[in-house]
Every structure is written in structure tokens, then in C-alpha cells.
Write a protein that binds this ligand. Structure first.
Ligand code: SAM
Length: 475
């Protein structure tokens, strides 16, 4: 081996650092209480003590370039000198790669050797102390769980404000408390960890769930911000899913200021409140009285009471009631007045009049986010505008409402889910539909929203209510 080859090998160039030394100790404490003190470790390294602090940045760059500097996630290579007296004088060290050994100059690379030769550096042993705070959730849990559980370490959870909501698989249940404690320690802004309690697949009518608190206080009163609106609610009493923010935004972006939107299953208002904020009139219904209560809270918090009306009834009856009530509001001349921007003080222009926006006579969009069953409500559109063909005459320029109905279907790359969804819409609407352009009567646009299970996805189907359905006689 030539001298340069020896030097190369010694300096760690071309060699991967042995990073296993930074793994936490294996603490197979079982399902018992989490003992954070067991997660301490001393890693023996070498460090380049820098004689003059003004040279730190120069040597940091050089040693980084020659791959002699320690590169390890969440560890700064610049540390205080291990000698307390020198540290008190402000002396610093640069931590070196584990391949570099202080007593073995043949492991030092050219940059290090040169620094030592110039008496600007000295290479010293350094005992790096690592503890529980250093390691990630994954590191700690891997260290605790037995190896047969390493293949699918629980990592995902929903959050609602300070609450992390887990849905642990059966085989991780014995470790639920330890897992929750570590999540609590390692996730900023999480104060409570809960686990969904299996209720043998049965979902509650209001899409709430049974849970047990695994770590932190049993405090389910949460605050969240979504689409620039703030919500405060009891997460145990109403439905909330932070993973739907993009879907909420997608539909909100379709609504125009001054239009009317009827949200049939509005929850606490993640469609309604931001839509109201952009000047859309919203009739926001939910059958859960708790949702209705917290929607009112959100309306007040976000100052959208001029635009958003909370209603609490069965969505099936709401559909006709909403069409009638919007028309009534229009006939009564209900409107909002939008205060103009104050004129600049320099101009002595007369104060501009507020802008009046009337509630239009008809609904532009219905939203139905209750994916498990909403399609079954579609029969309720029959007769929604019975006797009101005039409202949608060619001269009026008005179109029948678009319905956006959420649903579940298969996960497949072909047309299977589209055809499945269209078949079910056909059945419940009582009118044949096929995949296509929602502006064409009898055609449906299907948007793929998100994965919900290995073989199941959530979709949103959008279509205009067919004339035959809208103008049918009410029974
Ligand atoms: C999946 S959540 C969606 C809530 C909200 N739209 C969202 O995106 O977060 C479905 C909502 O439907 C409400 N709900 C269930 N059955 C209903 C019915 N028959 N009529 C009206 N609302 C209903 C539940 O209370 C729940 O808030």
C-alpha cells in the first residue's frame, strides 16, 4: 500500500463513517414504564481542538471537505473544549469522524496533519454524551420493541390541535403507553395522545369515535387553523379530519363570491367558514347538535355571520328546505352590505356607498361529505326545484346546482371505481349517469381525494342535478 493510499484510508475519505455507534442502547424494557434514564451513551470520538477561535470556520470547511469532520444528524460538530478551564476561556473543538483516532496519527488526513504541524490544531480524545433527548421517536421505539415488531413501527397519527390520534394495530397494543409517551416527548405541540378504541367496525352516526387516553391529560378541547380560519371544538364530540384540508380548499376554490352553497353535512364548517370568508353565502347544516354549536363558535371567531347560517337537521329534509329557504331569503331582499375601503385622507372625495350584495334566488353548489352513505341521500334532490323551472330559464342564465358528493370506492388504476360510483349515483338519483363532464346533463366528474385503507379510496363525484330530477313533483 502506498503512503497516499494509507493516508486516504486513515482519513476516512471514501469510507463510510460507522454510524451504528450513534444508535441508542437496546432497552428491551417491555411494555413497562418508559425509563428515559436508560437511554444514555458515551461515544468515544476524536476532536480537533482549535487554538484560536478565529480559525474555527476555516478548519470546519477544510475538514468537511476532506470528510474528516463528524457529519451526524442533529449534532453540531462545534463543541466546547472538554477541559473545563479551557472551555471557560471559550475554547472550542471540532468533532471528527469516527474513523479518526486521536492517538493514531496515521488515521489523520492531510488537513488535520497540516493544522497540527502549524500548531493551530491539536487532536484530542472526546467523550460525546448522548441521551434520550438526542434520539428520534423511531430510534427510541426500535430500541424498546422486540425485533419481531420492527417491520411496521407505528408512525402515523391524525392530529387535531394538541391531540395526536392513533389507530394502533392489535400487535402493538401491549406497548401502547410507551409508544404514546415517546410520541408526546418527540412531537412539538402534542400534549395528549389517544388511541381509537375498536367498536367492531361500527361508526357512530355523527362520525365521532370512542377513544382512550394513552398519554397526557384527557383534554379534547382543541384549536386548529385551516384554510386561514380558526376553529375551536371538543374533538370527542364532533368530526374533524386535518387530512381533508386540501379537499376543503379544492371545493372552496370553485365557489364564487355572491353564490349560494348548501353544505348538507357541514360538520363544524371547514367548507362553510372559509367560503363565507370569501363572500360566499352558505347554508351550513349538520345533524349533530354539537357540530352545530361549534360551527356557531367558528362563525363568531371568523366573523362570517353575515354569510354563514348554521342549521341542524337531517340532511335528507335539509335539501328541499334549503332550496325553499334560499328563494325565500332572496324574495325578502336579504343581502349583505360591504363597507368600501376608506378613501385616502389626502383626497377629499365623498365617502363611497357600501356595496350591496343580494342573496341570489338559487343554489349554485350542494356539498355532501359523508362518504359512507351520502350517495344514498341523492333521492332527496327529486323535486328540489319542483314548480320553479322559470328560475332556470335560458334567459336567466342560471344553471341547476352542482352536487359534490363524497364517497368511498375501490382502489384501482382502471375505470372500476368510476363505474362503481356512477352505478350507485344512477341507482339513488333515479337518473342514468356516466363518467364525463359535470356540465353535461347525465355526466359526472370523479375526483380522487385520498387513500383511506389498503383497498379503499375516498372520491368526490360532481354533477349537475338533472332537470328531470330537479323539477319532478315533490312527494
Ligand atoms: C365526514 S363528516 C364531514 C364533516 C365536514 N363536512 C368535514 O368535511 O369535515 C360527516 C358529518 O355528517 C354529519 N351527519 C351524519 N348524518 C347526517 C345526516 N343524516 N344529516 C346531516 N348531517 C349528518 C355528521 O355529524 C358529521 O359531522
Amino acid at each position: 500500500m502506498s503512503q497516499s493510499e494509507k493516508e486516504n484510508q486513515g482519513s476516512g475519505e471514501g469510507k463510510t463513517q460507522d454510524m451504528a455507534i450513534f444508535s441508542p442502547p437496546v432497552v428491551r424494557s417491555g411494555a413497562g414504564a418508559l425509563n428515559r434514564a436508560l437511554f444514555t451513551k458515551t461515544v468515544n470520538l476524536a476532536a480537533a481542538a482549535v487554538n484560536d477561535n478565529r480559525l474555527i470556520s476555516k478548519y470546519r470547511k477544510e475538514l468537511e471537505h476532506s470528510k474528516e469532520l463528524l457529519r451526524q444528524d442533529r449534532l453540531s460538530p462545534i463543541v466546547n473544549h472538554p477541559d473545563k478551564a479551557l472551555a471557560d476561556q471559550g475554547k472550542k473543538c471540532l468533532l471528527l469522524s469516527p474513523n479518526v483516532k486521536a492517538p493514531e496519527p496515521e488515521t489523520w488526513g492531510a488537513a488535520l496533519k497540516e493544522g497540527v504541524q502549524k500548531k493551530e490544531l491539536s487532536v484530542i480524545p472526546y467523550e460525546l454524551q448522548l441521551n434520550y433527548d438526542y434520539w428520534t421517536y423511531h430510534d427510541i421505539i426500535t430500541s424498546i420493541l422486540p425485533e419481531e415488531l420492527h417491520d411496521d413501527i407505528p408512525s402515523g397519527f391524525n392530529t387535531a390541535g394538541h391531540v395526536a390520534h392513533m389507530n394502533l394495530r392489535e400487535r402493538y397494543i401491549p406497548y401502547k403507553k410507551v409508544i404514546a409517551e415517546v410520541i408526546l416527548d418527540k412531537t412539538t405541540n402534542i400534549r395528549t395522545v389517544i388511541n381509537k378504541v375498536d367498536n367492531v367496525g361500527a361508526e357512530s352516526e355523527f362520525r365521532t369515535f370512542q377513544y382512550e387516553v394513552l398519554a397526557g391529560p384527557d383534554d379534547m378541547q382543541v384549536q386548529v387553523t385551516e384554510n386561514a380560519c380558526s376553529f375551536e371544538f371538543d374533538y370527542s364530540k364532533v368530526y374533524w379530519n386535518s387530512k381533508l384540508e386540501a379537499e376543503h380548499r379544492r371545493l372552496i376554490n370553485m365557489f364564487e363570491p355572491g353564490e349560494v352553497v348548501c353544505d348538507v353535512m357541514a360538520g363544524i364548517g371547514p367548507f362553510a367558514v372559509p367560503a363565507g370568508k370569501k363572500g360566499v353565502f352558505v347554508w351550513a347544516n349538520d345533524m349533530n347538535p354539537e357540530s352545530n354549536k361549534y360551527m356557531q363558535v367558528a362563525i363568531n371567531r371568523n366573523k362570517v355571520s353575515q354569510y354563514v347560517r348554521p342549521i341542524c337537521e337531517d340532511g335528507r329534509t335539509f335539501i328541499h328546505h334549503a332550496a325553499d329557504s334560499v328563494l325565500e331569503a332572496h324574495k325578502n331582499g336579504e343581502h349583505v352590505l360591504i363597507a368600501p375601503k376608506p378613501p385616502s385622507r389626502a383626497k377629499k372625495a365623498p365617502k363611497p356607498e357600501p356595496k350591496r350584495v343580494d342573496i341570489p334566488p338559487t343554489i349554485s353548489h350542494f356539498v355532501m361529505n359523508l362518504p359512507a352513505t351520502a350517495i344514498e341521500f341523492l333521492g332527496c334532490y327529486r323535486g328540489v326545484y319542483a314548480g320553479h323551472e322559470d328560475l332556470f330559464s335560458a334567459e336567466s342564465g342560471r344553471k341547476l346546482p352542482l352536487v359534490h358528493v363524497h364517497c368511498f370506492s375501490f382502489k384501482a388504476d382502471d375505470e372500476t371505481p368510476l363505474n362503481d360510483i356512477c352505478e350507485r349515483i344512477t341507482k339513488y338519483l333515479g337518473f342514468p349517469v356516466k363518467p364525463g363532464n359535470p356540465d353535461v346533463e347525465g355526466e359526472v366528474a370523479v375526483h380522487d381525494v385520498r387513500d383511506v385503507a389498503p383497498a379503499k379510496r375516498m372520491f368526490c363525484a360532481s354533477f349537475r342535478i338533472p332537470r328531470e330530477v330537479a323539477f319532478a313533483e315533490r312527494v
